[in-house]
Design a protein around this ligand. Structure first.
Ligand SMILES: [Mg+2]
Length: 414
């Protein structure tokens, strides 16, 4: 089988509302780039990358000379061709490599008549459990509803999500308001959902001293882990010396060199594997093997996903033995998907690992067209900007918190 063409389509898919985070906001939608790898045998493999837009289309177009005529089974060759580690100092293409790897694995699974998890070692579980991913949220630009700003708002959202999807683990995306206020919110969640487990992630914007203080305040809660309380391995190490719960990261261990450093002088207990950040599903499998060897925990990270990327997370989750935590996904925050049949359903807090060949999901061309039109109409959005505070940026460690009493509604294109 030979690769004959690449097709790249940016899409904009609506979220339930604008999701606030420590570094800005998802402005009521996700912009994703859908990659189709065509072959001489008529099979088409699917990939997906976060963000992008027109610049991502151009960047993928620029990779055609590297890829056309190549066998999609030559995945290690492709790694060095596109993301050679020293050449990457000048031109980092790790995330594009990931999207292409997804598509090639999809092609191989289709060609060999097996699901992708069977190429990765076989499925150890039929379903992957997910945590509810809770966000502070601006009112919807469509109808002004759905704001989440107070502890009561958060609890109501968590209870409704648990009722609808069956989640028993809950993650709070924090780092928006001052830590004292977010502590109140986190404790309210834990009080409202006894028996469930919790995790909080301020995206590394606290100082080490704030991280230690916060961690000590929540030691009585059933925490899965404390995720990225500070930015930097040594800050994590200092926090870990003084806080009695596991620390997790998707920011300071996102490659093998950092993983080696963390094995030699441990700063983080649980490595959150992201199929995009690590450059594909296969690097995540390798990293999970290293974590198994050194008895570090692993979980599956979400950098925002539509159904194609979600499928990579499900196949990864099916194939790694040491997945001891519920995975993260933004998926329940989406209003729709671009795959045939619409959004994959949750049941009992989990999603079934696809059983079809390849990734097991196919493109719905009407939806792809609809959300491409939406992208052309709305364009990209600045992930690292707060729509209510133009020109703002956080410091690291941050002191420029949002005000929980600020009830204004930002103007967001819709
Ligand atoms: Mg995180």
């Amino acid at each position: 089988m030979k690769i004959t063409d690449l097709r790249v389509t940016p899409v904009s898919v609506p979220l339930v509302g604008p999701l606030r985070h420590a570094n800005g906001c998802h402005w009521g939608r996700f912009v994703r780039t859908i990659v189709e790898v065509e072959t001489d045998e008529g099979l088409v493999g699917l990939g997906e990358m976060g963000g992008g837009g027109e610049s991502a289309v151009a960047a993928f177009e620029g990779l055609k000379p590297y890829l056309l005529g190549r066998d999609p089974a030559q995945l290690e060759e492709m790694r060095f061709l596109i993301a050679n580690p020293t050449a990457s100092l000048y031109n980092n293409r790790t995330q594009m490599l990931a999207a292409l790897e997804f598509a090639c694995l999809d092609l191989l699974g289709q060609r060999w008549g097996v699901p992708v998890c069977d190429i990765l070692g076989g499925r150890l579980r039929e379903r992957v459990a997910f945590a509810s991913y809770l966000f502070f949220r601006y009112p919807s630009p469509r109808d002004g509803a759905g704001e989440i700003r107070t502890p009561d708002d958060l609890v109501a959202d968590a209870v409704a999500l648990k009722e609808r999807y069956g989640f028993t683990s809950h993650k709070l995306k924090a780092g928006v308001f001052a830590p004292e206020y977010e502590l109140e919110c986190y404790r309210a969640l834990a009080d409202a959902l006894p028996g469930d487990s919790f995790r909080i992630d301020p995206n590394g914007v606290w100082s080490t001293e704030q991280a230690i203080w916060f961690g000590q305040q929540i030691e009585d809660i059933r925490n899965d882990y404390l995720e990225d309380p500070v930015f930097g391995l040594h800050g994590m190490r200092r926090t870990r010396e003084k806080v009695r719960m596991p620390l997790a990261t998707n920011t300071v261990v996102v490659g093998f060199e950092q993983l080696a450093a963390n094995v030699l002088d441990t700063a983080v207990d649980v490595i959150l594997l992201d199929t995009t950040f690590w450059g594909g599903v296969r690097p995540c499998i390798k990293a999970a093997g290293i974590c198994e060897t050194f008895q570090l925990g692993v979980a599956v990270h979400s950098s925002g996903e539509l159904g194609i990327q979600l499928a990579t997370m499900l196949h990864l989750g099916a194939a790694i033995p040491n997945l001891a935590f519920a995975a993260d996904a933004h998926y329940h925050q989406l209003q729709d998907d671009i795959i045939v049949g619409g959004k994959l359903p949750y049941e009992g807090g989990s999603i079934a690992v696809p059983t079809g060949t390849g990734l097991g999901v196919r493109l719905d061309r009407d939806k792809l067209g609809e959300y491409h039109e939406q992208f052309l109409r709305l364009g990209s959005y600045p992930y690292d900007q707060d729509p209510l505070r133009p020109g703002w940026s956080p410091l690291i460690p941050n002191q420029r918190w949002a005000d929980p009493l600020d009830a204004r509604t930002p103007v967001i294109p819709w």
